[in-house]
Write a protein that binds this ligand. Structure first.
Ligand code: PGA
Length: 248
């Protein structure tokens, strides 16, 4: 009932012309892929050109961040309505880099989730523990807080949860399929407590050093419905291989 969900998070990479170059090579390579939700999140400055390139394709557009107000005197911020207007279907909220460098708390993340959903955007909500939290046995309490607070006062529709252990992001140190499965199963249980059976329709995806070499074994995990890919989504060849993963 859940379709694989494979998303690229380009972070602060690619100019407008680099975005065009990537997409004109990538789109034909995945146009036959009908059974996977493919999502690309370029930087804000590339959204307009990406929306144009992706129209009438099987690839959806996402933003990497959003503010929680609709409009007004918030210099430098971008509203959910602006993202809808430019053609975004999803937005990534609460990425660990935003929590770490821009001091986003679970409360701020929740305001963003609610504002994005109200505007009609799907939300990729990121949660995950850092190394110290994992080593001191706090992984599950971090996940519980991230899910419960992040989704407070909101329903399940249009929600995707990205489990992203911070120690695995950009480090080349991927969670093992067992570690990922255990976290995903915990998140699924948490969602069931909040939403009952409807929780079973929510995709829970994994992020953190996903590559063409580990995608197949990750996707074989029972509760792992897809991936959020940083570094390996910047090259056409490697992201194509990830989208066209082998079902083991
Ligand atoms: P990475 O980033 O694939 O480069 O580890 C993943 C992410 O931060 O979403």
């Amino acid at each position: 009932m859940r379709r694989p969900f494979i998303a690229a998070n380009w972070k602060m990479n690619k100019t407008v012309s680099e975005t065009q170059d990537f997409l004109s090579a990538f789109i034909p390579e995945v146009k036959e892929v009908k059974d996977v939700d493919i999502v690309i999140a370029p930087p804000f400055t590339s959204l307009a050109v990406a929306a144009e390139e992706l129209s009438n394709t099987n690839i959806k557009l996402a933003a990497q961040n959003v503010f929680y107000e609709e409009k007004g005197a918030y210099t430098g911020e971008v509203s959910p309505l602006m993202l809808i207007d430019i053609g975004c279907k999803y937005v990534i909220v609460g990425h660990s880099e935003r929590r770490q460098y821009f001091h986003e708390t679970d409360e701020i993340v929740n305001r963003k989730v609610r504002a994005a959903k109200k505007a009609g955007l799907g939300v990729i909500l990121c949660v995950g523990e850092d190394l110290e939290e994992r080593e001191t046995g706090k992984t599950f309490s971090v996940l519980e807080k991230g899910v419960d607070k992040g989704l407070s006062e909101t329903d399940y529709e249009g929600i995707v949860i990205a489990y992203e252990p911070i120690w695995a992001i950009g480090t080349g140190r991927t969670a093992t399929p067992e570690q990922a499965q255990e976290a995903h199963e915990f998140i699924r249980e948490r969602l069931r407590l909040n939403y009952g059976k409807k929780a079973d329709s929510i995709c829970i995806i994994y992020g953190g050093s996903v590559t063409p070499d580990n995608i197949d074994s990750l996707m074989a995990c029972k509760d792992l419905d897809g991936v959020l890919v940083g570094g390996a989504s910047l090259k056409v060849e490697s992201f194509v291989r990830i989208v066209r993963f082998n079902r083991l």
